[in-house]
Write a protein that binds this ligand. Structure first.
Ligand code: HEC
Ligand code: HEC
Ligand code: HEC
Ligand code: HEC
Ligand code: HEC
Ligand code: HEC
Ligand code: HEC
Ligand code: HEC
Length: 432
């Protein structure tokens, strides 16, 4: 009997054993690059926060200690040891365990997870409500037809992308963003590692679309290039044919007072689009991390913000900014009216020798107008460029209208008629 019980007990004991978490040093042999990045990151230092007191306070351990593996993956098989945020916190092992991965790496590969929720297990709560802000799509007030957000899945917002090629995936999905951002050049896209739409696993612009997870840093340090790699118009140019201009924020921003040094401090995309505020110990007011990426002047220009604008601009600056935007909005509306007139003129020119030149002008006029409209900042990204574009658009629309007017002017027709009559008389005379 005993010879059956003993092995059974032994197996039971094996099953009950809580295994120790894996040390990043085990992974180092084969994944040196990841290890070194991780080892220098804030994640590797997570035990030192608050002078190490996070170790003793139970409330803190679930995010600052390795025991957070339980929190992230619900794993009860792991012993609580004093480790920082290690590899295993983000890489759930294969079902057979890490031993299996180490002996047959390709056959038993651990999970690679792009989801924002994985990071959001810890990057949440009133001290750093990153996931809550990022996940606007989860908000009941989110209107899918009028609003747009990094958390809105592209396959829901723009399902036609699914039938298109890889180039869309490079900005519309986290799977594509990672190989896209490998090259910091805005048009340096290397498409060969970008997956086909059918192979995408994360259609949202999740945390790891922007953040390199091992260093807990960024794929591209310069935020203008980071944001600009997706927020650009993909080479759209006024070539007489292009009338569709999508998201030209990077092109608009270039040459603005913020990047040429005219504005007293350099301002990149995140300085304006990520208004931030620290957690307030006295009022217990929640921190703000800027992860909705919207322009929030009431936070940005308040004394609580950590963006540093308040030194020179206080709340009174909000109406100043609005007035600048109103000016541009007014001009856009005027040009829309001009556009209708220019369109009528263009139709009337159809069939004349003037038509091709007029069409080129018309299309370029639309290009400049659309660029200012689809940029979405109503001039704030670059007041000078926006004004110049609208000036040019107006001049080009006017030239179309003038062309048609010259042709249909009564004086012009009279001259034509007189010439015609004289020619006819001359022919008649000759025939005699
Ligand atoms: C003996 C070498 C070796 C060790 C040790 C090792 N790995 Fe790997 N690992 C590999 C190889 C090789 C691959 C590539 C497998 C493939 O894609 O075919 C890989 C792939 C991975 C991947 C990516 C899987 C994917 O789908 O792309 C992750 C994540 C990973 N390892 C995590 C770990 C972690 C965490 C540890 C430490 C607990 C570890 N590895 C230890 C060799 C190793
Ligand atoms: C819900 C998960 C979670 C809990 C619980 C938590 N933290 Fe944190 N803590 C984080 C994250 C995530 C960060 C990084 C925040 C950032 O930089 O945006 C952080 C950062 C910190 C920092 C700042 C380090 C720095 O960069 O200055 C301190 C200090 C800190 N935590 C202390 C504590 C203490 C003390 C407790 C317990 C009372 C605690 N935390 C509980 C997730 C948590
Ligand atoms: C904060 C979460 C996090 C931590 C900690 C982390 N990783 Fe990763 N890892 C990821 C994510 C997300 C990806 C996918 C994105 C990418 O390729 O970087 C990934 C990708 C990988 C890959 C696949 C890379 C590729 O090109 O396919 C390997 C291998 C890997 N991690 C190993 C490790 C090792 C080893 C450690 C510990 C030293 C570690 N990771 C720590 C989140 C993490
Ligand atoms: C187990 C909890 C946990 C998970 C999961 C986690 N983090 Fe963290 N993260 C932390 C803690 C704690 C810190 C703060 C460490 C410190 O400063 O003491 C931190 C720091 C950071 C920082 C640096 C903040 C700074 O102040 O420098 C970034 C960026 C970051 N995490 C991004 C991510 C991303 C992206 C993911 C998902 C791929 C992720 N984290 C997953 C707990 C976590
Ligand atoms: C669209 C790009 C983008 C996405 C998506 C994104 N972040 Fe960030 N994140 C940034 C930028 C840029 C900053 C730096 C803001 C600054 O300091 O001006 C930042 C700052 C942070 C910080 C603070 C770092 C520090 O040094 O204090 C943490 C932590 C963080 N992000 C975590 C996350 C997590 C978790 C998610 C997903 C829920 C996420 N981020 C999604 C771009 C992004
Ligand atoms: C990987 C590509 C990518 C990166 C990097 C990126 N974005 Fe986006 N962003 C998008 C996409 C795609 C959308 C539209 C989401 C949708 O379809 O709803 C978007 C939407 C936005 C919106 C909302 C636009 C609207 O019309 O309401 C803002 C604001 C924004 N991004 C700002 C930023 C800022 C600031 C950065 C840099 C910190 C950044 N983005 C980085 C891809 C990106
Ligand atoms: C050292 C002082 C200083 C700081 C700090 C500063 N600004 Fe400015 N800013 C100026 C001055 C001076 C002008 C030009 C005068 C004006 O238009 O009122 C200006 C103009 C502007 C304009 C109008 C630009 C235009 O095209 O007319 C905006 C928008 C702006 N700042 C935003 C910001 C933001 C956002 C921050 C914080 C990230 C910031 N500023 C920080 C001094 C500053
Ligand atoms: C000086 C501040 C400032 C800077 C710098 C800035 N933006 Fe903006 N951005 C704005 C304002 C203001 C709006 C208009 C938002 C509104 O009125 O609701 C805007 C609008 C946008 C929108 C459209 C949002 C929508 O709701 O349609 C996107 C996308 C965007 N910006 C991305 C960027 C990118 C990418 C960069 C960097 C290349 C950048 N911004 C730099 C202030 C700024």
């Amino acid at each position: 009997m005993l010879k059956y019980i003993c092995p059974a007990l032994f197996i039971l004991l094996m099953l009950c054993t809580i295994s120790e978490a894996w040390q990043p040093e085990t992974c180092k042999n084969c994944h040196l690059e990841m290890y070194e990045k991780w080892n220098a990151s804030a994640h590797a230092e997570s035990l030192k926060a608050a002078g190490g007191s996070v170790l003793n306070i139970e409330e803190c351990t679930k995010c600052h200690l390795e025991s957070s593996i339980k929190e992230t993956w619900g794993r009860e098989d792991v012993e609580t040891t004093i480790e920082p945020v290690t590899c295993e916190v983000c890489h759930n092992p294969p079902a057979e365990g890490y031993d299996a991965h180490i002996s047959e790496p390709s056959y038993y590969a651990p999970e690679v997870n792009f989801s924002a929720e994985m990071c959001g297990n810890c990057h949440r709560g009133e001290h750093h409500p990153v996931i809550e802000e990022w996940n606007e799509f989860n908000d009941t007030n989110f209107n899918i037809t009028t609003m747009s957000s990094h958390s809105e899945p592209t396959d829901i917002a723009e399902p036609y992308i699914l039938g298109r090629d890889k180039s869309c995936v490079s900005c519309k999905a986290t799977d594509g963003a990672i190989p896209n951002l490998e090259d910091p050049d805005v048009f340096g896209l290397n498409l060969h590692e970008v997956p086909e739409p059918s192979d995408v696993s994360e259609w949202r612009i999740a945390c790891v679309a922007c953040h390199e997870p091992h260093s807990a840093g960024y794929w591209i340090e310069d935020d203008v290039l980071l944001c600009g790699n997706c927020h650009n118009s993909e080479h759209a140019a006024p070539d007489g044919q292009t009338t569709r201009v999508l998201h030209p924020q990077w092109e608009m921003y270039n040459g603005s007072i913020y990047d040429t040094g005219i504005h007293p401090i350099d301002i990149g995309c995140s300085n304006c689009h990520m208004a931030m505020q620290e957690y307030n110990d006295t009022t217990e007011e929640s921190a703000i991390t800027g992860h909705t990426f919207g322009f929030k002047p009431e936070i940005l220009f308040s004394s609580n913000a950590t963006n540093g604008c308040y030194d020179c601009h206080q709340e009174v600056f909000i109406p100043v900014v609005e007035a600048k935007q109103e000016l541009i909005i007014g001009r856009i509306n005027d040009l829309e009216a001009t556009r209708i007139n220019a369109n009528k003129s263009l139709e009337e020119l159809n069939g004349t020798l003037e038509y091709d030149a007029a069409l080129t002008d018309y299309n370029n006029a639309v290009f400049y107008l659309e660029a200012v409209k689809t940029d979405g900042s109503h001039g704030i990204h670059n007041m000078e460029k926006a004004s110049d574009y609208l000036d040019t658009s107006g001049e080009l629309f006017d030239s179309v209208i003038e062309r048609q007017a010259t042709i249909s002017e009564p004086g012009f027709e009279l001259i034509l008629a007189v010439i015609g009559l004289l020619t006819a008389l001359w022919i008649v005379k000759k025939r005699k």
